[in-house]
Design a protein around this ligand. Structure first.
Ligand code: NAD
Ligand code: DAU
Length: 353
């Protein structure tokens, strides 16, 4: 048996593949375009594992995807491939529409053709699992109830709008063609191999490099944080037991302001890698806010807990300590990732702030 993963050289996709191959016999075909966010080094541990077949390519390339599906005959497609960074979507939304909307459309079409030719149990058992985000639901006030699976969509950034559009296409392919789709909407992930453009790895990297740790606005925006390994476990649960056509929200039940996150990172670094010149808090800086910055995300994930028996294993305290430790132990990985183009992005995003 085989699963077909897209975007498996990125942060969550790579964590998913590493865990999948450690826990299952089944092989994985990994289609990834290797954009700036894709990094084959994330998959070094499975380099010699014949169950991992890596193909460099674009989810929009129908001929390639249809050929790979026909050749490997997967029992499921899991779509992680996306442009994923909100600030980049503000700076240049087109790539987001191309990959997240047009790409998901082409992947759905390829899946529909492939699934249409399957027979009997293979056809019934096939799944198209689409990995989405809580950002599609928009922004909450401090006293609002968390997002549920029936909260109306209200995306506020080009990134979340493109993910919302892809979710609608996935829904339509189930309703119209009967494609056995599953959608997960997850909150903010953190953990090993996250690209240091996102809050947690960026703050760790900047602190260690003695650079400003830039908090947008008043630092009081709230996110609901989940350790990436717990997200991967939730995806495995949904793949095995989720009901076709259903949506599952996923989160760590763990709301924190950005200020709390950055203070925690400083405390952990002060403990694990003390700087003789003083606490890392001295690098914390407030900068101009992100346009359209969603104030608060909070996810009600009780459906997946109740129906599929999933629960996060990592607390924020254990997960963030593991994460800071990983970044300290993998300085070489970070240094290689932040060389080259990354510097241009930092200059562009933070230069005028
Ligand atoms: P990422 O940016 O780290 O990785 C994305 C991967 O997709 C990269 O390897 C990239 O090369 C690949 N890719 C991009 N365009 C492609 C294309 N056209 N064809 C093939 N591959 C392509 O993203 P991530 O943080 O790992 O997120 C993975 C998925 O999870 C995304 O769909 C994202 O929307 C969703 N998500 C992320 C979070 C989070 O906190 N990171 C939370 C909820 C949902
Ligand atoms: O909620 C799920 C989403 O979480 C995913 O769908 C996205 O792919 C992922 O990037 C993430 O989006 P956010 O915008 O919430 O993540 P980011 O790490 O960019 O920012 C987290 C918070 O930290 C947000 O309120 C903005 C703030 N921030 C971010 C950066 C990069 C700062 O204050 N300073 C920064 O330099």
């Amino acid at each position: 048996m085989t699963i077909f993963v897209t975007g498996g050289a990125g942060f969550i996709g790579a964590n998913f593949i590493l865990e999948w191959l450690a826990k299952n016999q089944e092989s994985v075909v990994n289609l990834d375009q290797l954009t700036y966010a894709g990094n084959l080094e994330n998959l070094d541990r499975v380099n010699d594992d014949r169950r991992h077949v890596f193909v460099r390519g674009d989810i929009r390339d129908r001929a390639l995807v249809e050929r790979l599906l026909a050749e490997h005959r997967p029992r499921a497609i899991i779509n992680f491939a996306a442009e994923s960074h909100v600030d980049r979507s503000i700076d240049g939304p087109e790539a987001f529409v191309q990959t997240n909307v047009v790409g998901t459309f082409h992947l759905l079409e390829s899946a529909r053709v492939y699934w249409g030719k399957l027979e009997n149990e293979t056809k019934t058992a096939f799944r198209f699992l689409h990995i989405s985000t809580d950002e599609v639901y928009g922004s909450l006030g401090f006293n609002d109830a968390p997002f549920t699976e029936t909260t109306p969509y209200a995306p506020n950034s080009p990134y979340s709008a493109s993910k919302a559009a892809s979710d609608h296409l996935v829904r339509a392919y189930h309703q119209t063609y009967g494609l056995p789709t599953l959608t997960t909407n997850c909150s903010n992930n953190y953990g090993p191999y996250q690209f240091p453009e996102k809050l947690i790895p960026l703050m760790i990297h900047n602190a260690l490099a003695h650079k400003p740790m830039p908090l947008y606005g008043d630092g009081m925006n709230v996110r609901d944080w989940l350790f990436v390994g717990d997200h991967c476990a939730a995806i495995r649960c949904v793949l095995e037991a989720g009901q076709p056509g259903e949506v599952y929200n996923i989160s760590g039940f763990n709301e924190k302001t950005n200020l709390e996150i950055v203070r925690t990172i400083c405390e952990l670094l002060d403990e694990m890698q003390p700087d003789p010149a003083g606490s890392y808090t001295r690098f914390m800086t407030y900068v101009r806010d992100r346009p359209g910055h969603d104030r608060r995300y909070a996810i009600d994930a009780r459906k997946i807990c109740r129906e599929l028996g999933w629960a996060p294993l990592e607390t924020f305290e254990t997960g963030i300590a593991r994460t800071v430790r990983w970044y300290l132990d993998n300085r070489g990985w970070v240094e290689r990732v932040v060389s080259g183009d990354y510097q241009n992005w930092v200059a562009q995003n933070y230069g005028g702030r």
